[in-house]
Design a protein around this ligand. Structure first.
Ligand code: NAI
Ligand code: 15L
Length: 269
């Protein structure tokens, strides 16, 4: 696949979309933007709902690849998740297939496997092939997205890198996030690797920085050429002083997905 240049960024008005709008142009990409909401300072952004199949098809027409961030990014009702994350992602894949787009980078989430206990002591890092254990309807929708990606690769030759993102924010804000944090700069490095690596088929990778307290294995991400440069540890002393170390005896602090495993999820996480 020739290196992509024009990339559709869905969810461009959101937190991660805003960070990536700032960082990805430095890698030489021309971004086409889409969101349900207007994108501040971007009058040319496409304002459309993923429910609008014609608009989605028009949005993907002529792009080399898609970074798919749009959707509901926390737990919600099943009906809302169904429309935005499940049907919406299906509409995007159908549009990409119809328009001959070669690759999608799909924003999956740690919450697809959120009930997985994080490693204790010397236990091995969580492998990317760990069984799915969604912690919410939201996490379930990310399992669907990963399986949809596999189907479209096997059946239609449309490639995807599914990035199970940990927590991509300017700084980690909880002790849990120290283990799953992906700095925005590392996020851009990983998305760039996912867009340019050869022959990815459908590859699932963990999305985080090279954190001292890392919980999961980054081998498949590194195999794409991703070389994380950041580590959350400089934020650790302050967060641990404020919040204490995680208590694995507390169900809300025992798993990869943190408070998402509780019913209902406890915010903040
Ligand atoms: P966000 O909630 O800030 O942004 C999501 C954007 O999608 C919003 O601007 C929203 O308007 C748009 N959107 C929602 N429904 C839509 C629809 N039906 N049609 C078109 N646009 C729609 O979320 P954030 O943090 O930027 O996350 C982006 C993606 O990455 C999400 O898919 C999220 O699940 C995933 N992710 C993010 C993580 C993070 O740490 N930020 C961690 C794991 C996954
Ligand atoms: C996610 O999947 C969410 O989209 C994001 O807002 C954070 O909650 C992140 O996971 C996390 O687990 O910290």
């Amino acid at each position: 696949m020739p290196a992509p240049r024009t990339v559709l960024l869905t969810g461009a008005a959101g937190g991660l979309g805003t960070l990536m709008r700032g960082l990805l142009p430095d890698y030489g990409y021309e971004l086409r933007l889409l969101d349900l909401r207007p994108v501040e300072g971007e009058p040319d952004a496409i304002v459309a709902d993923l429910a609008d199949r014609e608009a989605v098809r028009e949005a993907v027409r002529g792009v080399d690849a898609v970074i798919h961030l749009a959707g509901i990014s926390l737990e919600s009702s099943f009906e809302k998740i169904l429309a935005a994350n499940i049907e919406g992602t299906y509409h995007l894949y159908e549009a990409a297939r119809e328009e001959g787009v070669g690759r999608i980078v799909f924003a999956s989430s740690n919450h697809a496997v959120g009930y997985t206990p994080y490693p204790r002591g010397d236990e091995p890092l969580i492998p990317v092939g760990t069984p799915r254990r969604p912690d919410t309807f939201y996490g379930l929708s990310k399992c669907f997205g990963e399986d949809l990606a596999q189907l479209y690769w096997d059946k239609h030759g449309l490639e995807t890198v599914s990035v199970r993102i940990g927590s991509c924010f300017p700084e980690p804000t909880s002790v849990r996030m120290l283990s799953v944090w992906m700095s925005p700069a590392d996020g851009a490095r990983l998305f760039h690797a996912a867009l340019t690596a050869e022959g990815v088929g459908h590859t699932v990778v963990h999305g985080s920085s090279d954190n001292t307290r890392l919980w999961w294995d980054l081998t498949s991400a590194r195999a794409l050429g991703y070389e994380p440069q950041d580590d959350s540890e400089p934020f650790a002393a302050k967060l641990v002083a404020e919040q204490g170390e995680l208590d694995p005896a507390d169900p809300a602090q025992a798993c990869l997905g943190g408070h998402f495993v509780t019913d209902p999820p406890i915010w903040p996480y």
